[in-house]
Design a protein around this ligand. Structure first.
Ligand SMILES: *[C@@H]1O[C@H](CO)[C@@H](O)[C@H](O)[C@H]1NC(C)=O
Ligand SMILES: *[C@@H]1O[C@H](CO)[C@@H](O)[C@H](O)[C@H]1NC(C)=O
Length: 211
């Protein structure tokens, strides 16, 4: 019995070392799975829209759907006439297409060479890890990724899945973590034939092309 307190102290020390050793070694990975999809809420303070994101690095493709096309700058300045229908931005085959599927209209925004390809799987992992913060009550790992401006990437601590992307404060994608999947329907990246022969987009797309 006399040895018990010492044993307790020894165990407590082991636990302490294990915990501090653990936090020192804690380095979450921000690398994306090769394929994933999730629905999101793009929120700008004055406006917000639900949408869907799909990513497939094996096809070098990605797709963003905005239910309200007027919230996204690329969509609303593209020259396409949107009514109430959604706007899709599909990066596939070395080109970013902007589509109004509801009215079967489309334009070509900019090429992968011009910087309009899908993100790399490790785009956020190349950033600076900034610790754990709460996003809507969910403990999340945070990275700062410097482009022209500061971008922030957040993923949940428990499942390592995206919860927020802050593009320099210009776009805030809050992902619905319950909708996250490591699958994306390959049909998401199919481009209708009216897109292949469509004109180049106006607006912000034209600016990107001339950069
Ligand atoms: C989207 O975000 C805005 C601002 O945070 C919020 O007001 C709105 O309710 C959210 N919409 C959805 C569908 O989550
Ligand atoms: C988003 O990032 C910008 C800096 O790029 C920052 O000023 C802003 O506060 C951030 N917004 C949120 C909700 O974290």
């Amino acid at each position: 019995m006399a040895r018990l307190p010492q044993l307790m102290i020894a165990l407590a020390l082991v636990a302490l070392v294990a915990v501090s050793g653990c936090s020192a070694a804690y380095a979450p990975s921000a690398e994306w799975p090769p394929v994933w999809s999730a629905s999101f809420n793009d929120s700008l303070g004055y406006a917000s829209t639900p949408g869907m994101y799909a990513y497939d690095a094996t096809l070098t493709a990605s797709r963003v759907d905005y239910l309200d096309p007027h919230v996204d700058y690329l969509c609303k300045t593209s020259g396409l006439m949107f009514g109430v229908e959604m706007c899709s931005q599909v990066a596939v085959d070395d080109m970013l297409f902007v589509m109004a599927p509801g009215s079967a209209s489309c334009c070509q925004c900019c090429s992968y060479d011009q910087g309009c390809g899908p993100l790399e799987r490790d785009w956020a992992a190349k950033g600076t890890y900034q610790g754990v913060v709460n996003i809507n009550g969910v403990p999340s790992d945070k990275w700062l990724v410097m482009g022209g401006e500061a971008n922030y990437y957040y993923q949940t601590v428990d499942r390592h899945i995206p919860i927020l992307v802050n593009n320099s404060g210009n776009q805030l994608f809050y992902y619905d973590t319950t909708s996250f999947s490591t699958m994306a329907n390959p049909n998401f990246f199919d481009i209708p034939s009216y897109c292949r022969s469509s004109a180049m987009c106006d607006g912000f797309c034209a600016k990107i092309r001339s950069m």
